[in-house]
Write a new protein. Structure first.
Length: 266
């Protein structure tokens, strides 16, 4: 087995989580969890066989194994990992059979992945979840849910559009500041022209159009849901000139800021 299908539109039910220690008394483990998913973040090298497919485990690898599937571990010595045993919404075996009963969008996730640069983040979230689970199970669930989203997106981020994700993250963090495409490209670690091509291919939009859209979306939210003065809203979304802000709202939202605040526009 090389991949599973999961739905993450609702939080998981976390049944158990902790630090697993194996390979002390035996170099082999063979077992299954009939009703629960297994999420593991590894701190060692070993081998894992799932459904006839053998995966190499390295430090920083993460696995997601569906219920009812027998696993075979071959350790090289004392082996420690962080784990969560859980139920996922609307998912049966997660083998891609389409048998889930929910309406959420399924995501295809590799059974085994290298978390790479995300390893410290995932480890921190899981360790926090383990620490708070006895007293704050809802908080632990939220942290495990966040880990699952990151795991689901690891494969997506492995392709060329990791630069697009970096560009979008830079834009979202700096909407209130001047944003020039060359500066965004530098933040994403690629050239201006490469970002322009990748961004359009991945999003169907230009970088400039994306910035414009996100600014007016944030402006609409602030106009409708806050009492911030209109000049302050304009500055908060990176449009310091109020006249330019008025024009942007008319062009993108179909109404001037005062009318949007009163409920007009899209």
């Amino acid at each position: 087995m090389e991949w599973v299908r999961v739905r993450l539109d609702e939080p998981p039910v976390v049944v158990n989580l902790g630090v697993g220690v194996h390979g002390v008394r035996s170099r082999r483990d063979v077992f299954m969890l009939p009703d629960l998913w297994q999420l593991h973040l590894y701190g060692y090298s070993a081998e894992l066989t799932v459904g006839g497919t053998t995966h190499s485990i390295r430090e920083g690898h993460v696995s997601l194994i569906p219920p009812g599937v027998q696993v075979h571990y071959l350790y090289r010595g004392r082996s420690e990992h962080l784990y969560a045993h859980l139920r996922l919404p609307g998912s049966g075996t997660g083998l891609g059979t389409g048998s889930g009963t929910g309406t959420g969008t399924e995501r295809t996730v590799p059974v085994m992945q290298d978390a790479g640069a995300e390893t410290p983040l995932l480890a921190g979230l899981l360790r926090q979840a383990i620490a708070v689970a006895p007293a704050e199970p809802a908080m632990a669930t939220a942290q495990v849910w966040t880990v699952l989203w990151h795991v689901a997106r690891l494969a997506e981020a492995a392709g060329p559009h990791v630069a697009v994700a970096a560009a979008i993250a830079h834009i979202e963090s700096n909407l209130a500041n001047p944003l020039a495409v060359p500066d965004i490209a530098r933040a994403a670690g690629i050239s201006h022209n490469h970002l322009t091509r990748l961004f359009r291919a991945e999003t169907g939009s230009t970088v400039v159009a994306y910035i414009r859209r996100r600014r007016v979306e944030r402006a609409r939210h602030l106009l409708r849901e806050s009492t911030l003065p209109i000049p302050a809203v304009a500055a908060a979304v990176g449009i310091a000139d109020v006249q330019a802000f008025n024009k942007a709202c008319r062009r993108e939202l179909g109404a001037p800021p005062r009318a949007i605040r009163a409920g007009a526009g899209v």
